[in-house]
Write a protein that binds this ligand. Sequence first.
Ligand code: F0G
Length: 356
Amino acid sequence: SRQWRGVIREYADRLDVTDATPVVTLGEGGTPLIPAPALNRRTGADVWVKFEGMNPTGSFKDRGMTMAVTKAVEHGAKVVICASTGNTSASAAAYATHAGIGAAVLVPEGKIAMGKLSQAIAHNAQLIQVQGNFDDCLDLARELAANYPVHLVNSVNNDRIEGQKTAAFEVVEVLGDAPDLHFIPVGNAGNYTAYTRGYREDLAAGNSTRMPRMLGFQAAGSAPIVRGEPVKDPDTIASAIRIGNPASWQLALEARDETDGYFGAIDDQKILEAQRILSAEVGVFVEPASAISVAGLLERAEAGAVPKGSRVVLTVTGHGLKDPQWALRGADGADVQPTVVPVDTAQVAAVLGLTS
Ligand code: F0G
């Protein structure tokens, strides 16, 4: 068949599955790796964008969720549970309902994007808003999974990391080798860990000749790894990565050391600027948390840390349509007001600045 079969079937030989595994898939993975000439011009590097918003629920979480829900079903689970800033809950809800099992999702009250909230509801999850932040939600989810018959599908579950490592495989297949530098947003640091594992396995298998330097970025108001201590009240407009105590913190430090990597912090204004550059100059619309990869590249290039001509991959993790409100603000922060015209060709032409 010519249809992409989802990451488990496409990479069955590189995941812990057998012919008997009850694969739960929505066709995730196989996302585009898009050249970004506008970013080449700005940085002097050779920049490619891995657009993970093209997954079935609009984020990279689907790669991990196909594995996590498949394994949950294999183990006989009837309900999966997760804490989430929005994307994990959307993905868990979709995969669980496709598998015919339940999903319970815990999200910080009032702190997740509307599109993601609506996905959890649309996919029939038991949605619970917790009067706390993401870190509180994760504590609850872990305790519930330890004491009740619910199966945890946050990225502390290794099945999630296994599924997500396939994104690195796809990058290596398209480019013919690993890149020199890989930029990625960091919340719990599960995805940073997953890419490092994928690249490591490709190198060991002889599919590539090097490990990329892994550069991870947190929002300045929630940058525990950069600061070296948990952040009690993490704050950023990039709600997906508003996390004060990352679950994969230790693994991320190990991955950084292994790859000669880097962790940096970016303020919200720079995140929104980068989101606009990516949408208006490259044609790729991502949510604010995802744009931090672009902001990180621009910051590192400015600091002289991106050699000219180096090959760079940016993972952009979630689709802009999940959290569209930020794009409706102009560069000056004011709401964009589209021009209103009557049904009159000459007037539309005048507004567009067209002369016949
Ligand atoms: N980008 C987006 C769009 C995310 O939703 C997340 C995490 C990340 C980046 C960071 O990935 O945690 O592996 O370092 N979102 C989780 C969620 C926390 O609940 O959807 P990470």
